[in-house]
Design a protein around this ligand. Structure first.
Ligand code: GDP
Ligand code: IMO
Ligand code: MG
Length: 431
């Protein structure tokens, strides 16, 4: 029976969602992005060839897959067109298989300027954004001022609204942030051209995605960022500006909750975070450095060094609840290969001894102490293992312990960046 499957990050992003979506897309007819923008960086490695995707869904490498950018995604036309061009240079026929919702709010150059100016002015309170204008673009959506992709095709009206919006953005840039304004004439000229280039891609993606469902085809929804960066449910205010959790699929694509069959939650076998904000299991020691080096933990979008720490089962349990995760994917197991002892955070405790009752905001996460349990490492290579029977006993124990703590099965274990470096323990995700 065909299924509609959501893939989400369970932590602070970069869990390996791109790899898992690319893998699962083999059996899907459509892959749909539902939130975020070009702040995302999803890495796909097939036969040692690496592709980093920001806006384009991670199904694009499969010729049989249609890719959709749903209405919940904020779209920078220049970032999108650059990404299409880059993939086309690799011989991937993007335009025949990519559709963009007419309802996507546009990320304007002034949003990027505002994002960067605000971060610069915030000093110690900065969020550590990707500087891609994502926050200001979502603000304009909530304020009902966005220019949406479909608006570009009523150009006279769009032009007037862009000029009005720039007057407001430039007022803030010059008089509040005290930085240079953004040239509206240049933006108008660029956008007139972008509109023409994007025209064949702009569709009613809602109807098209339901078409796949009605024809009994498998549909995959690809999350960006992770549960702990969700604007409502994450470590506010150190979050992104969209609904990163599975609920975002419904509003971000127009696909109602009862149509969703499975929610696949992706987590690394340890934890990372880019940007500021609470990170209870963060390690600022040799083990932290080990994760960063062995895991090659540098941001796929900004190149920033990622902060690293132990797997946090308390935060992941929050992700299980908010996403209704039915199956987990545990990625980067191979990164633990050389550790003698492996820790898992299984509880939080406030320093005054009070019990933690699921307050995941920034303030309480700064006040808690993580409590760990320790497992033996396996001290041998699991890299590129594809057969569960070949995993060392201690590695299997680690996987079982994660399952026990989270009360969700681990259906897929990833043992390397390549698509092929994967152990499928449960192949029923699409069956
Ligand atoms: P995403 O944003 O969730 O798609 O994740 P990113 O692509 O930003 O970061 C994940 C990084 O880990 C990428 O460089 C992947 O190529 C790499 N990766 C994914 N799975 C594995 C794995 O099982 N082992 C190793 N060593 N690397 C992996
Ligand atoms: P993928 O999809 C990791 C983080 C930023 C910052 C916060 C807000 O590759 O997992 P924003 O630019 O969104 O306003 O920044 O969110 N962030 C990510 N961290 N992976 C991502 O995407 C991220 N997208 C945003 O570092 O802390
Ligand atoms: Mg990433």
């Amino acid at each position: 029976m065909a299924k509609n499957v959501v893939v989400v990050g369970m932590a602070w992003g970069d869990e390996g969602k791109g790899k898992i979506v690319d893998l699962l897309a083999e059996k899907a007819s459509a892959v749909v992005r539902f939130q975020g923008g070009h702040n995302a960086g999803h890495t796909l490695v097939v036969n040692n060839v690496k592709q980093i995707l920001h806006l384009i869904p991670s199904g694009i490498l499969h010729e049989h897959v249609q890719c959709y950018i749903g209405n919940g995604v904020v779209v920078s036309p220049s970032a999108l067109l650059d990404e299409i061009k880059q993939l086309e240079e690799h011989g991937i026929n993007v335009r025949a298989r990519l559709s963009v919702s007419h309802a996507c709010p546009i990320v304007l150059p002034s949003h990027i300027a505002l994002d960067q100016a605000r971060e610069a002015k915030s000093g110690d309170r900065k969020i550590g954004t990707t500087g891609r204008g994502i926050g200001p673009a979502y603000e304009d959506k909530a304020a009902r001022r966005s220019i949406r992709i479909g608006d570009l095709y009523q150009w006279d009206d769009a032009k007037e609204r862009i000029v009005d919006l720039f007057a407001y953005h430039n007022f803030l840039l010059q008089h509040y942030y005290e930085v240079e304004p953004v040239d509206v004439e240049e933006t108008l000229a660029d956008f007139a051209r972008f509109a023409v280039e994007m025209r064949p891609l702009v569709k009613d993606t809602l109807a098209a995605v339901h078409g796949h469902r009605e024809r009994g085809e498998n549909v995959l929804f690809e999350g960006a960022q992770g549960a702990m960066l969700d604007v409502d449910l994450g470590t506010f205010p150190y979050v992104t500006s969209s609904s990163t959790s599975a609920g975002g699929v419904c509003t971000g694509t127009g696909f109602g909750p009862r149509y969703i069959d499975e929610v696949v939650g992706v987590t690394k076998a340890y934890a990372t975070r880019v940007g500021e904000g609470a990170f209870p299991t963060e390690l600022q020691d040799e083990t932290g450095k080990y994760f960063a080096e062995k895991g090659n933990e540098f941001g796929a979008t900004t190149g920033r060094e990622r902060r690293c720490g132990w797997l946090d089962a308390v935060a992941l349990k929050h992700a299980v609840h908010m996403n209704s995760v039915s199956t987990m994917c545990l990625t980067k197991l191979d990164v633990l290969d050389s550790l003698e002892k492996i820790r898992i955070c299984s509880a939080y405790e406030f320093s005054n001894g009070q019990a933690f009752r699921g307050e995941f905001g920034e303030r309480s996460l700064r006040a808690i102490e993580p409590k760990y349990e320790e497992l033996d490492g396996w001290m041998e290579s699991t890299e590129d293992i594809v057969d569960v029977g070949e995993l060392p006993e201690e590695a299997i124990k680690f996987v079982h312990r994660v399952e026990d703590l989270l009360e969700v099965p681990v259906g897929i274990v990833s043992t390397g960046a390549n698509r092929a470096a994967t152990i499928v323990r449960d192949d029923t995700i699409f069956n």
